[in-house]
Ligand binder design. Structure first.
Ligand code: PCA
Length: 322
């Protein structure tokens, strides 16, 4: 058949072109319909387009490729080329990673952006020392407290099993006389359903993702902090790309950072409405609870400054000077 050879030849050319395109895996810990993940998908689309199809990034949601607590290491070792992680969960490695989870330091989207900018040089350097390149970060809405009962003071929390996602959440629990257990978002629903944990600090976003109303009754909008998901690449993998592709990644990252922050701010009120529509009590903390938490916050701020020394102080000074 005359057409046989041309077809084989054409297939061969396509295969060669595909072999030249670089494929990166991007593990993320949160579900595909969460705005962080949707933002990452759009970032990947922009990279594909500005690189002229030279770099294709595949997003793996919900800890499906690497679990949340494995993502950073996977990118460091090159098992994944890029990843998204709640870096504050690595504050046990270096307390500076917890810069975004210092209680009541920055509790609005505007303040969170200032703090991000103030921390960027130190954070970028810290990641670089680990073979990682900081690309962008996006805030979660302000963190509130979820309980399956009314809570009017820290005394009311005694003994409650509390889900932690980083060392700040664990420390709040300890100082409030609760019992913290570290649980990744992908395992959170099951941990709540089986009673492994009964309360948590998180945003309305995660509350909606997890249908928090099925397990808990009360949300207190304490606005403790706005933690960030940070996207970083394996530096060697990034630097192996042609210069124009690296530029395209950085440009798309910058766009993802501001788009993600805008989306978070737009969605945050609606998340709390959804909690209330599904029967949760959504309230400001009462006077006693607010005062108790302010005390815990002050102690934790001092602890963070002690453990981060000059660098932590430099971040807070730069943030306050903005
Ligand atoms: N959601 C993430 C981190 C902060 C947030 O709002 C979580 O609960 O895992």
């Amino acid at each position: 058949m005359k057409t046989y050879f041309p077809l084989v030849a054409a297939t061969g050319i396509l295969a060669a072109a595909a072999a030249q395109a670089e494929n990166w895996d991007m593990p993320v810990a949160y579900p595909s319909d969460n705005y962080h993940t949707e933002n990452a998908v759009q970032f990947a689309e922009e990279v594909k387009s500005c690189s002229g199809d030279a770099l294709e990034i595949t997003i793996h949601p919900s800890g499906s490729l690497f679990k949340g607590d494995e993502i950073k290491r996977a990118v460091q070792t090159g098992d994944a080329q890029i990843g998204e992680r709640l870096l504050s969960a690595h504050a046990n490695e270096d307390a500076l990673f917890g810069y975004d989870s210092v209680p009541f330091l920055a509790s609005s989207f505007e303040a969170s952006e200032k703090l991000r900018a103030a921390a960027e040089p130190v954070l970028g350097e810290l990641l670089a020392s680990q073979g990682l390149t900081l690309l962008y970060s996006v805030p979660w809405p302000a963190q509130g407290m979820y309980f399956n009962q009314e809570v009017n003071s820290v005394a009311d929390m005694a003994g409650i099993k509390f889900r932690a996602y980083n060392s700040s959440t664990a420390r709040v629990a300890e100082l409030a006389g609760m019992v913290p257990t570290q649980v990744e978002a992908a395992e959170l629903k099951q941990a709540l359903a089986t009673g492994v944990v009964a309360a948590m600090i998180s945003s309305g976003s995660t509350g909606v993702d997890e249908k928090a109303w099925e397990d808990m009754s009360n949300f207190y909008d304490v606005k403790a902090w706005l933690p960030r998901n940070t996207v970083f690449a394996n530096t060697a993998a990034l630097e192996a790309l042609p210069a124009e592709v690296q530029d395209c990644v950085r440009t798309a990252a910058e766009a993802a950072q501001s788009r993600g922050a805008d989306t978070a701010a737009e969605l945050s009120g609606g998340f709390l409405d959804t909690l209330a529509e599904n029967g949760m009590s959504v309230a400001e903390p009462g006077e006693q609870l607010a005062a108790d938490l302010a005390g815990i916050g002050e102690q934790m701020t001092n602890e963070w400054l002690e453990s981060t020394g000059e660098q932590g102080k430099a971040i807070i000074d730069a943030y306050r000077a903005e």
